[in-house]
Every structure is written in structure tokens, then in C-alpha cells.
Design a protein around this ligand. Sequence first.
Ligand SMILES: N[C@@H](CCC(=O)N[C@@H](CS)C(=O)NCC(=O)O)C(=O)O
Length: 225
Amino acid sequence: MSYTLFGVNVSPFVRKCRAFMAEKGLVYSHESVNPFQPPANFRQLSPLGRIPALLDGDRAVFDSTAICLYLERCNPAPPLYPSDHYDYARALCLEEYIDSGMLPVAGPLVFRPLVMTPIVTRQPLTKEIKEAALEVVENQLGPMWDYLERQLGGNDYFVADTLSIADIAVASGHVGLWHGGVDPDPLHWPKLSAFLTRMWARPAFVALIAEEQKPWNQRAAVAAV
Ligand SMILES: N[C@@H](CCC(=O)N[C@@H](CS)C(=O)NCC(=O)O)C(=O)O
């Protein structure tokens, strides 16, 4: 068994797979592929040209959800999907809420203007761009955080009060926002805020977030605008 995961570390979908592999204690190589400047033949691994993609020996798997489900089948311990059928469905629903609901807003409308564009273009962030991103946070991410707060309830984890793909997806999906200084306010979303703090303190996330610090942590730069 030899795993290689392809994709830049700051992608929330790549981060989800890497955190998942770390929680399972899997050893893998990481190839930092930028999907906008992919190596030749990358579409043989990932026919949509997206990251992440996984190679298991000569077997290719693409899409973060498919990758995690595949890894779970190959490496059942520790289980990262609930065994109860409805809990299993709820975990997949929460993963989808992040992947198809939150990230298409948080990525292009918040992370990109606050963090990625200033780094890539070397054009400093402006007050107008910051205000537009923060309006998206308030109007679009706020209601999503309300939903997550309700789903968490009084538990430490989202489903069956046990670590699952749902927790890994939620925690992975918020790291990019954190790089831009955007955090659910603990006064308004105390459970979600405490959950993220707990999840990011797990060794799997400590290592990934440390690796991303340079150049992605723009919290001080964003705060200064
Ligand atoms: N559903 C996919 C989404 C992956 C995705 O959108 N990745 C982005 C980077 S964060 C990408 O590769 N974008 C390049 C493109 O769409 O061409 C998954 O879960 O893996």
C-alpha cells in the first residue's frame, strides 16, 4: 500500500483528506499540485482537473468525498463514519453542507479576496474589498453558522458525539476563513467556536495549520486594513 495525495495544502478539500488520513494514522506522500497550473497528464488522475486526487499504488481516485469513503473501506480502523444508518447519512449530509454549501461562498467570496488575491497579485487588500467580504460573512455565512450551532447542540462532535467525517469536514472548511481573520464570534456561536478550537488542537490539524502558516496566515494583514 502506497498512497500519494495530490493538491495544494490550502485547498479545503485537500485539507479534509489530509486530516482524515492523519486521524487514521495513514502514511502518504503529498504532491502539491496547483489545479490552475497542473502537471502534464494530471487529468488522467483527476478527469475534472480538480484537487484532491489520490493514487493508491496505480489506482486513482478523485473527489475528496470519494477519497475519504475509499480510504475508510481500505482502512476501517479507527472508524470515521458512524455505524448507525441514519447517523451515517447525517454525517454525509453535514460533509455536503460544508463542501457544496459553505465552501462555494467562503472560498471565492471571502478567502479569495481577503487572503489569496493579495498574495498572488501582490496588490494590498483595500477597505472596500474587506467590507464586501465581511458583508458576505454576515449575510451568508452567519445563517450557515446558525445551522451548524444548532446541529452541534450540546455535544462535542456533530454526529453520535463521536469523531466522524462530519467534524473533519467542518473543521477543515473553516481554516481558510481563519487565515483571513474570519471566525464565528464565540459570543454568538459559542458551541461552533469552541468546537473549532478543540478540533484545531488535534495533532492532525495542528500539523496541517502549521504547514499553512506561510504564506496563508493573513490575519494580521487583514486586521490592519
Ligand atoms: N467536489 C470536489 C471539489 C474539489 C474542488 O473544487 N477543488 C478546487 C480547489 S479547492 C479545484 O480543484 N478547483 C479547480 C477547478 O475547479 O478547475 C471535491 O470534494 O474534491
